[in-house]
Design a protein around this ligand. Structure first.
Ligand SMILES: NC(=O)c1ccc[n+]([C@@H]2O[C@H](COP(=O)([O-])OP(=O)(O)OC[C@H]3O[C@@H](n4cnc5c(N)ncnc54)[C@H](O)[C@@H]3O)[C@@H](O)[C@H]2O)c1
Length: 364
């Protein structure tokens, strides 16, 4: 019996987004072929700052609807600092996709690979392996400019709202406890840390209250709390002690860049944004205008995001080969670093986007 084809909405976007997307799909296809997995078919959707410069729109007509019809959405990177709306903000249609498809669960794994730069001298930094679960539809991003929800009083005052709802927080915390449980089955410690600012903000005390209510259903998972400022300190002081951190949108945005820096740089920072109906997968980095067009981008964040997409699709479709492909990709990246066959220019090595991609293809 022939296997179903899986539909991917593909938004390459701007700058290095284009190169790392192409690298990611070359590797995904090789892995799927190796594991006799289903075929991927693509619907490419034009969007981003380059598209906006040409057309005045940030995404092609009916692009959002088309993205919603796919089994999953993959995005390279969007935005160029020189291209802006009249209010000074950048082109960010991807924030609207998060909102439209309610992609509340932003999963950002942070893992130290062998032979990658240790930003911390403590040898325990070799054991960093945590996940930041960033709520991705509300919090302070609820009034991100692209949604038009800021309150402009006059030219002396502007207000942005931090919104926490029970509906989203219940789903988020449940997702966090389930993720901690899944990781525990694979040898992690089974701890979910609630990162908030419940000492100061009523909305954050509410976020923590819903965390506590949800925890009652997960007695096998250890609860833990940290205020976000202390969490920033602890990510430098003892990042190896954490397993899964669940947090508000803006806090997660900032902490995940910090955490990406701990294990090398943004070129390792993968990201999955998951909702009830679909998921969007993208490297956590931007379009990196400082290195675009130079074959210097590290494609691994995009490739690891692709592996997260295969894991998600395995769960969605029940196709075990998708999970095998995701695992194969993780393994060849880990082994490639361990055997010093992957040496990204981002970390002072001699390999750009194409060389890293070729190495992974030959390992697969
Ligand atoms: N989700 C997204 O699409 C997204 C996320 C962040 C920023 N942006 C946009 O990207 C543009 C640039 O933003 P920025 O400079 O603040 O962030 P950035 O992530 O693009 O770059 C930050 C730094 O990390 C480096 N870097 C990033 N990805 C890398 C990779 N794969 N390999 C090697 N080095 C890498 C860059 O060279 C730069 O020095 C802006 O227009 C911003 O709005 C988009």
């Amino acid at each position: 019996m022939s296997q179903p084809t899986i539909q991917i909405a593909l938004i390459k976007g701007d700058g290095i987004g284009v190169d790392v997307t192409e690298a990611s799909f070359a590797v995904l296809e090789a892995a799927l072929k190796k594991t006799a997995g289903p075929r991927l078919s693509y619907n490419e959707i034009r969007a981003g700052a380059g598209y906006f410069s040409e057309t005045g729109d940030d995404i092609e007509p009916r692009g959002e609807e088309a993205a919603g019809r796919a089994d999953a959405i993959f995005l390279g990177a969007i935005g160029l600092p020189a291209v802006r709306h009249a209010d000074g903000t950048e082109i960010s249609p991807h924030l609207r996709l998060r909102d439209r498809f309610q992609l509340y669960a932003g999963v950002r794994p942070v893992r130290a690979y062998p032979n990658t730069p240790r930003r911390l001298s403590d040898p325990r930094a070799a054991n960093i392996d945590l996940v930041i679960l960033r709520e991705s539809t509300e919090g302070l991003f609820y009034s991100a400019s692209v949604h038009g929800r800021s309150e402009v009083i006059d030219n002396r005052e502007v207000r942005d709202v931090l919104r926490i709802t029970r509906h989203t927080s219940e789903k988020l915390h449940r997702f966090g406890f389930e993720l901690a449980r899944k990781r525990k089955q694979n040898g992690s410690r089974g701890i979910l840390t609630c990162v908030d600012k419940a000492n100061v903000f009523t909305s954050m005390a509410f976020f923590r209250q819903i965390y506590d209510e949800t925890a009652a259903d997960f007695p096998d998972i250890q609860t833990d709390y940290n205020y976000v400022d202390a969490q920033a300190l602890d990510l430098i002081r003892r990042p190896w002690d954490f397993d899964v951190l669940v947090t508000e949108n803006m806090f997660g945005d900032i902490l995940s860049d910090l955490a990406g820096g701990l294990v090398g740089g943004m070129g390792m920072a993968a990201c999955a944004e998951i909702g009830d109906e679909t998921g969007l997968f993208q490297p956590a980095h931007g379009s990196a205008p400082d290195i675009m067009g130079q074959d210097r981008a590290n494609p691994l964040a995009a490739i690891l995001s692709g592996a997260l997409m295969l894991e998600y699709l395995a769960q969605k479709t029940g196709e075990a080969a998708l999970l095998d492909s995701a695992k194969l990709i993780d393994d060849v990246i880990y082994q490639g670093f361990a055997e010093n066959r992957i040496r990204p220019a981002e970390f002072g090595g001699d390999m750009g986007t194409l060389a890293i991609t070729r190495e992974l293809l030959s390992s697969i």
